[in-house]
Design a protein around this ligand. Structure first.
Ligand SMILES: Cc1cc2nc3c(=O)[nH]c(=O)nc-3n(C[C@H](O)[C@H](O)[C@H](O)COP(=O)(O)O)c2cc1C
Ligand code: SF4
Ligand code: SF4
Length: 305
């Protein structure tokens, strides 16, 4: 459990104002700041939080672009960050960290001392130590991390029968996302640089965390398949698979490529794809993690400064 200080939504909202006096130079040439949000979202939780942050920034005169790096195709062309004053990175927690394919893609970037903020969505079991590890990756790419946040979201494995936070993110989580937008706008624009505090060094090495990824293949022993059923052959599952693991014609998944993000299952218009029944494993998962459905629900989204 990360014991760093965090601000709850009530503390943040009480003292914050959109007015800031010391503006950093703005690249767009007008008085408006220009930001891009780069995000990965397989089952839409991260996308929902991204939408709230983006709308809040736009309502307060920030020009806000976005780049969705979920699909394989969108990670193939280099991107130019020069037009931007700052970047926001949003990822799901996959086995305690941002998805490895997203981290690999981050290595194509150079921040050139640009300010950035990060946020995660997670299924209630833990976002630690994702923040600190992503901060390290971004600092190695010459970004300056000024803030981070974590938001609760329905666990992707609910598509197989888990019942973790089916109604999250909810209005409380969105409120924290709005507050986060306020804070990062201020931190991006202020002449006085305020960096995020250091995170507690985790008890796991990066290699150990990477090895946790293999647990997903024990839980999801049957990777997404159409199981011989017919469908409209729309190809969405194949086109939007982050790793090119899905073959829409056969309806089968390449086990050497699949990261079990469940994007294909979530997005199939015919509900034709499925994994093994996880409802039998749900009680064991709660017991292993020392949690119950209600203790998961009590968790709140948080901002780290
Ligand atoms: C492969 C995989 C691993 C996951 N690992 C964790 C985890 O370590 N802790 C957690 O609380 N949730 C975990 N989750 C749940 C996701 O973090 C959560 O569903 C997230 O909001 C998904 O974001 P998205 O909808 O934007 O893809 C995992 C989900 C997947 C698919
Ligand atoms: S997304 Fe669903 S309907 Fe479309 S090709 Fe894949 S399995 Fe068939
Ligand atoms: S085939 Fe695997 S990696 Fe591709 S979308 Fe489906 S679950 Fe994700």
């Amino acid at each position: 459990m990360d014991r760093r200080n965090f601000l709850t939504k009530s503390i943040l909202f009480s003292g914050f104002s959109w007015n800031f006096l010391n503006k950093k130079s703005i690249k767009s040439g007008s008085n408006e700041m220009k930001i891009t949000i780069i995000y990965f979202s397989a089952t839409s939780n991260t996308l929902k939080i991204k939408n709230v942050i983006k709308n809040e920034l736009k309502e307060h005169n920030v020009i806000c672009d976005e780049l969705d790096i979920t699909s394989y195709q969108n990670r193939q062309s280099p991107i130019d960050l020069k037009p931007y004053d700052a970047v926001i990175f949003g990822f799901p927690v996959h086995a305690r960290w941002s998805p490895k394919i997203a981290r690999e893609w981050l290595k194509t970037l150079n921040g050139n001392n640009m300010r950035c903020a990060t946020f995660f969505t997670y299924g209630g079991f833990g976002a630690y130590p994702a923040h600190g590890n992503l901060k390290k990756v971004l600092e190695e790419r010459n970004f300056v991390v000024v803030a981070s946040a974590e938001f609760l979201g329905a666990h992707a494995f609910n598509y197989g029968g888990f019942n973790a936070l089916p109604d999250r993110p909810n209005s409380h989580d969105f409120k924290v996302a709005q507050e986060f937008a306020h804070i990062i706008k201020d931190r991006f624009s202020n002449n006085v640089l305020k960096k995020i505090s250091d995170f507690e060094k985790g008890k796991w090495t990066e290699e150990q965390i990477d090895s946790f990824q293999n647990h997903r293949y024990k839980t999801v022993s049957q990777l997404p398949t159409r199981n011989g059923n017919t469908c409209s052959l729309c190809k969405t599952c194949e086109d939007e698979c982050p790793t090119k693991a899905m073959d829409s014609i056969s309806g089968n998944t390449d086990k050497t490529k699949c990261i079990v993000c469940l994007r294909c299952v979530a997005n199939c218009p015919d509900n034709a794809l499925s994994i093994n029944d996880l409802s039998k494993k749900w009680e064991n998962k709660l017991a292993e993690e020392g949690k119950s459905e209600s203790t998961l629900q009590e968790k709140e989204s948080k901002i780290y400064l």
